[in-house]
Unconditional design. Structure first.
Length: 183
């Protein structure tokens, strides 16, 4: 099924998504990779309030390239999600609606997603230039010393995504191969 989604991604909407569904996402999302996640989680562990709200928000695992003149952003392809799996359950506990990346997730992340009703979207790896066309605005938000791996607030329009893991725990990385084994 094809969905048109808008952020914030409320629980009622997340429950309608099924692993394998395609989506066009519009609205505000955050970017963060490994180093930014480490800093966010360290701040949480120190009891600090984060300078951004994760409630019903989405984090895109991306380190966007510098934009060419006249462009909002450079190539913005997904990073392998497993790189941030150690940090993800902490952010899900704070209300994060879901994440965007590529590749499989750990059993710990999948359990946290199920417990908190979160969704994992896959973006097409190797298509960073194409995905960047969906970004209509970009604002540096946190950790400028991290360069392209800093936290940015992106405004996206019709970002093409696949529901890789739904909030019921169905996982396309398991379901897809199983279909072929059953034949």
């Amino acid at each position: 099924m094809q969905h048109r989604l808008t952020t914030p991604l409320l629980p009622t909407i997340r429950k309608e998504l099924t692993a394998g569904d395609t989506c066009l996402l519009s609205g505000e999302i955050y970017t963060a990779r490994d180093a930014a996640h480490a800093r966010l989680v360290a701040a949480i562990e120190r009891g600090e309030e984060l300078p951004l709200s994760l409630q019903d928000a989405l984090v895109y695992y991306v380190g966007p390239c510098r934009p060419a003149p006249g462009r909002v952003i450079g190539a913005a392809g997904p990073t392998t999600s497993g790189r941030v799996d150690v940090y993800t359950p902490t952010l899900l506990r704070l209300g994060l609606a879901g994440t965007i990346g590529k590749g499989k997730r750990s059993p710990e992340v999948k359990a946290a997603m199920l417990a908190h009703g979160a969704v994992y979207f896959a973006a097409t790896g190797g298509a960073g230039a194409l995905l960047a066309r969906s970004v209509v605005a970009s604002e540096l938000l946190l950790y400028p010393d991290l360069g392209t791996e800093a936290v940015y607030r992106l405004l996206v329009k019709d970002l093409p995504l696949l529901v890789a893991i739904d909030c019921q725990g169905n996982d396309i990385y398991e379901l897809g191969p199983q279909r072929y084994r059953d034949k």
